[in-house]
Design a protein around this ligand. Structure first.
Ligand code: SAM
Length: 234
């Protein structure tokens, strides 16, 4: 099973550099994920390769032009492969683990549009976009980090992407609640001991402790999750 992304940006290096390290690099090398990065400036028609212009109606900042997006998306889609065109925008639906799963297993390539400046001409949204994603209620300078957030979180859901298969399944939100606390050696550090049960070798007791701790932690920090997933909790 593989995931396919196309990313349209004026800063391809931001995307490419992140993909050259760690789990993402390994997933790319092993064909678990494929990411093609396109430079929006390659789809401009003027000699200065302008991708932005002044806003109609005045006001601060620049707006990304519709034509380069139109040409780029038409060109990328010319291979006939079905894609969902996703605009990264603070005005989109808020990304979370459920949306990561939904998009990772929808069997469609995602074409991610990264905005800059004041945003993208509204006609791109009207004519070319299938879905809009925000990664949270704050405003970044560009859509590259949000695109990477999506690629990263969706890649780790793929079978074989992580070294340890169970890892993604026990993560916070995958179970509907937060993850339990983790410990590794040493067994004691600055007077703080690893809970006895974790070194007891009693797998049933360990599993029970982890479930309880995950619930306790979720109740303390994110009681809203308990409400939301009442029926499905472990
Ligand atoms: N004026 C826009 C607004 O208030 O909705 C914000 C533009 S922002 C400075 C420039 C670009 O960064 C956006 O077009 C979008 O691609 C990206 N961006 C910024 N914050 C984001 C977020 N929270 N989620 C997804 N994309 C974001």
């Amino acid at each position: 099973m593989s995931l396919y992304f196309d990313v349209l940006t004026i800063f391809p290096q931001i995307i490419l550099s992140y993909l050259q390290e760690s789990i993402l690099k390994r997933a790319l090398d092993r064909g678990i994920v494929d990411v093609k990065v396109y430079n929006l400036r390659d789809y401009t028609m003027d000699k200065h390769k302008n991708v932005d212009d002044y806003p109609y109606g005045g006001g601060p900042g620049m707006v990304m032009k519709v034509e380069p997006f139109y040409r780029a998306i038409k060109d990328i889609k010319a291979d006939g492969i079905e894609r969902t065109v996703v605009m990264l925008t603070p005005q989109g639906r808020t990304f979370n683990q459920a949306i990561a799963k939904e998009l990772a297993f929808c069997n469609k390539r995602l074409l991610l549009l990264c905005g800059r400046y004041e945003g993208i001409d509204e006609r791109v949204r009207d004519l070319l976009v299938d879905d809009e994603i925000s990664i949270g209620d704050y405003v970044l300078t560009g859509g590259e980090l949000p695109a990477l957030v999506m690629i990263d979180s969706m890649t780790r859901l793929m079978p074989d992407a992580l070294g340890d298969e169970g890892s993604a399944l026990q993560d916070s939100f995958s179970t509907g609640i937060l993850d339990f606390p983790h410990y590794t050696r040493p067994a004691e550090f600055m007077g703080l001991k690893v809970p006895d049960v974790l070194i007891s070798g009693n797998h049933k007791a360990i599993e029970m402790w982890r479930k309880e701790e995950a619930l306790k932690r979720t109740l303390e920090r994110r009681p809203d999750l308990i409400q939301k997933h009442k029926g499905a909790l472990p």
